[in-house]
Design a protein around this ligand. Structure first.
Ligand code: URA
Length: 244
């Protein structure tokens, strides 16, 4: 589909139509190595890439981003005690409504996906779709074969720490790991298909151990790239997630 450049920039989160036209008029946008100065110049949007202030942007219908989440950032849109992971992304991604697919705790590190595609968020967070997530849990006490067996068989989750007791007793939540292996004496590799609140920490507590540090290394078909430093992000191509 062909669209005017100012309209394309608007759709990609570069601000109001007026601001987007201004960027073009000011000679700040180039396509195929050439500065475009007329905001109404039309381009085929499929596969289009443009450069603004030295940064290259793909023109995408829906944005899908992989972030290496550092500790000390909250996934909430309205963070309470720490900055939001959104502050690690450039303004156009925030402007177009990108949000985390599921949440990681403030102190959890590793692979976090973000998108503005509501249907994809639903698909990747619904337990029905069985998307495996792999966590590396550094535990306080040595791991035992019994702990692994219990995690695979299913454990009863206690109420999350700090949560005041509700008026009504809720039935205990039980959950099981899809995979659990002892990577070294105190490092547990856990695969889950659900995303309950503090799930890994509560599961590990239920078998008598304690998570001291938590890292997510995989989400569906995607692994955290080794060359992506904490706080850095990259685009994900739609095909990369499909086989998850
Ligand atoms: N389980 C947890 O306990 N915390 C996370 O951040 C993710 C999974």
């Amino acid at each position: 589909m062909k669209q005017k450049l100012s309209q394309i920039l608007f759709s990609q989160g570069f601000g109001t139509r007026r601001l987007c036209a201004g960027l073009v008029w000011n000679g700040e946008v180039s396509v195929d190595g050439e500065v475009v100065e007329e905001p109404d110049t039309e381009f085929e949007t499929e596969g289009l890439r443009f450069i603004i202030h030295g940064h290259e942007w793909p023109c995408v219908d829906k944005a899908l981003i992989l972030l290496n989440k550092p500790a000390g950032y909250e996934c909430s849109q309205k963070p309470k005690h720490h900055p939001s992971v959104m502050s690690l992304l450039p303004a156009p991604l925030r402007e177009r409504g990108v949000q985390p697919i599921g949440r990681l705790d403030e102190d959890t590190t590793g692979l976090l996906l973000l998108t503005d595609d509501g249907a994809l968020i639903h698909k990747l967070t619904s337990p029905k779709h069985h998307v495996p997530k792999v966590y590396e849990a550094h535990c306080k006490h040595p791991l035992t074969a019994t702990m692994v067996e219990q995690l695979l068989a299913g454990v009863e989750l206690r109420e999350p720490e700090g949560k005041p007791p509700g008026k009504f007793q809720r039935p205990p939540e039980t959950t099981r790991a899809e995979g659990a292996e002892i990577a070294n004496e105190t490092l547990l590799r856990l695969t889950l298909i659900e995303g309950k609140y503090h799930q890994v920490k509560r599961m590990v507590a239920a078998v008598g151990n304690r998570v001291e540090a938590l890292h997510r290394s995989r989400f569906g078909a995607l692994s955290l790239p080794t060359d992506l430093a904490p706080g850095q992000w990259r685009w994900v191509e739609p095909g990369e997630i499909a086989s998850g």
